[in-house]
Design a protein. Structure first.
Length: 290
């Protein structure tokens, strides 16, 4: 019985590593049809000349609903495949996408903005954000602080938190850019990380950003309904999902994923400190000149 369970676990892990291929279509498959765009007669799902779908039909009421959903999240089979793999094989999904297997998945930056739009709508309806607690803490610190310089730094921190709350997609993209160099440096000597360029690391982070938004959209409303602050829980889940993605994508051990992830986080904090310090110097110089 124990041996059988171990075999099933091995089979599951092996299936996660495999690239998910789309089965090829047969030549001449389907009914003969005439393209409504260019008039080409063809067999199959798409016109070989202009690329229009053979399923294009007269517009109906269902198209209105379909276009609204598609404009938000491109709701087709690729979305479901992407979400499924983000939570069953995140690192392998990103590896497949970077290697060129992209027809089955949604482009991650597009998906990030679509999910951020849905997140904003959800936050407007049920006020799911729990990040406002940090803003309250900053306000209390500003009230207690005496020096003008410290108050100015706290004011900048408050403005950054407010920006993050109101611009989820843009703040996620900026966060990815800040994390880019630390991530590349921490994983530069791994077998699957040494040949990646910065753009490929950026797409890795974009996929993880989509995953984190999906988790937040599920966890935060539940926490809101039960009156529970989910900030700490989300932080733990975020860390674990990063480790899982690191392990699968770079093909390294849990321990290596952990210490490289910690290095990435510490370098990112150092980079943020330097950027805020430089911004403060620039603002101070501009203020004196004015």
């Amino acid at each position: 019985m124990k041996l059988n369970i171990l075999k099933r676990i091995d089979a599951l892990l092996e299936s996660q590593r495999e690239v998910h291929h789309i089965p090829p279509g047969k030549e001449g498959e389907g009914e003969e049809c005439t393209c409504l765009c260019c008039g080409t007669v063809f067999h199959g799902n798409f016109c070989p000349v202009c690329g229009q779908s053979s399923k294009t039909r007269r517009l109906s009421m269902s198209d209105i609903v379909g276009h609204v959903v598609m404009s938000l999240a491109k709701f087709d089979g690729r979305l479901m495949h992407t979400i499924r793999d983000l939570f069953t094989r995140p690192g392998y999904l990103i590896r497949d996408y970077i290697k060129g297997c992209r027809a089955e998945y949604i482009q991650p930056v597009q998906m990030l903005f679509s999910l951020a739009t849905i997140y904003v709508l959800l936050n407007f309806l049920v006020n799911i954000d729990s990040d406002t607690s940090f803003i309250t803490i900053v306000d209390e610190e500003m009230a207690d602080e005496q020096t003008a310089a410290a108050k100015q730094l706290l004011q900048w921190a408050k403005e950054i938190l407010q920006f993050i709350n109101s611009n989820k997609a843009l703040s996620a993209l900026i966060g990815n850019l800040v994390m880019l160099l630390p991530l590349k440096w921490a994983f530069r000597k791994t077998e699957h990380g040494r040949d990646l360029n910065l753009t490929e690391y950026f797409f890795f982070l974009a996929f993880i950003g989509c995953q984190q938004l999906l988790i937040a959209m599920v966890v935060m409303p539940v926490g809101k309904a039960f009156g529970v602050d989910t900030t700490s829980f989300l932080s733990v889940i975020t860390a674990l999902m990063y480790l899982w993605a690191y392990r699968q994508f770079f093909q390294i051990s849990w321990w290596s994923s952990l210490w490289r992830g910690l290095i990435t986080f510490l370098l990112m904090l150092l980079e943020l400190f330097v950027l805020i310090l430089l911004a403060g110097i620039v603002v101070g110089i501009v203020g004196e000149m004015a």
